[in-house]
Design a protein around this ligand. Structure first.
Ligand code: GLY
Length: 337
């Protein structure tokens, strides 16, 4: 089902519930290069036959400038030019690298995504922020530039490891915390297994979460206000993700736990226990004894920093978040308590 979304900078076509095979109707094979990783390629080899494909090693550790150079060299070897479309088929690492490379190759070529993980379907593939890490610093270079299309083939999730399902639910729980109390309550009554066994319920949940993200980005594509709310759990989350090389979902789960503590101290938020319980219910770690000094050092270089403050996302109640500038010293004092 096609849904055309107008963002402030571009029009994006979302093909929900659409078979991967339809890709050849969206882009001409001879002018397209697919970027994927070895996990996705290994599980879906037949789907890639007859396409030009660049296969990367999997994982966040490869989301860096040296991979970008490597991809660009392979694109040149495959004859890429300004008319080439780059299609990222994979999770958030692949969609990030794809969008970034497409944004800078020959000063910009068109690109599309086929997200293959829940996390990418509900979050990473939507919104146009694409970039790579620089050492410990997550997404330190990048751009905001929209893909031409996204194709959602839910059957690709059949081969997704449970660990990746858990990661994806971190972003779904995040959406419920900041925007949708009703979904929070529904999630409390379910577990991952329910969605693994019920493709219709899963498709509905993914679509609902994609719609939440789309709506926020439509309102504020360049993150001047509303879009900042999507960073709930991501300030501490991003700082510890590369420091400890933990999965993104785990990192932001821990970040959401911390953000609840800060919300309670600053804002009188009273529902921390419910949030922590829901994270646990979906296999996510709500707490972690991280090295405060090392984490605060990374925070000092966070993109959300303004002088000696960081724009922290707090909950007023489940379903309602706010942006709250907070000094690093105050933040550290609350977290250390
Ligand atoms: N690529 C994720 C976002 O734009 O938020």
């Amino acid at each position: 089902m096609k849904k055309t979304i107008q963002f402030s900078s571009a029009t994006v076509h979302f093909y929900f519930d659409t078979a991967f095979a339809e890709l050849e109707k969206l882009v001409p094979k001879e002018q397209t290069i697919i970027l994927t990783d070895e996990n996705v390629h290994g599980k879906h080899k037949k789907k890639f036959a007859q396409w030009k494909v660049i296969i990367l090693p999997a994982g966040e550790a490869h989301k860096n400038q040296s991979t970008v150079d490597n991809v660009i060299e392979q694109m040149i070897a495959l004859g890429a030019d300004r008319k080439t479309t780059l299609v990222g088929v994979g999770g958030g690492v692949i969609t990030d690298i794809t969008g970034y490379v497409a944004g800078i190759f020959m000063r910009g070529i068109s690109f599309g995504f086929v997200p293959t993980s829940i996390l990418a379907m509900v979050d990473a593939a939507i919104g146009g922020k694409n970039g790579v890490d620089v050492g410990m610093y997550k997404n330190m270079v990048g751009l905001i530039r929209q893909p031409s299309f996204l194709l959602y083939d839910y059957s690709l999730l059949a081969t997704l490891p449970t660990e990746e399902w858990i990661n994806g639910f971190a972003e779904i729980i995040k959406h419920s915390c900041i925007k949708d109390r009703k979904m929070f309550v529904e999630l409390q009554q379910q577990k991952i297994r329910t969605f693994q066994k019920d493709p219709a319920a899963l498709a509905k949940l993914i679509r609902h979460n994609a719609d939440i993200k789309i709506k926020v980005v439509q309102q504020d594509e360049f993150e001047q206000g509303e879009r900042k709310l999507l960073n709930f759990g991501h300030t501490i989350g991003h700082a510890i993700e590369n420091l400890y090389q933990i999965p993104h979902g785990h990192a932001i789960s821990i970040g959401m736990g911390v953000a609840c503590k800060v919300s309670s101290a600053v804002n009188g938020f009273k529902e921390t226990a419910e949030v922590l319980q829901l994270l646990k219910q979906y296999g996510l770690p709500p707490q972690f004894d991280f090295d405060k000094e090392a984490t605060y050092k990374i925070l000092q270089a966070d993109k959300k920093k303004q002088g000696q403050q960081v724009n922290y996302i707090l909950l007023q109640k489940i379903g309602k978040a706010i942006v709250h500038p907070i000094g690093f010293d105050e933040l550290a004092a609350i977290i250390d308590r």
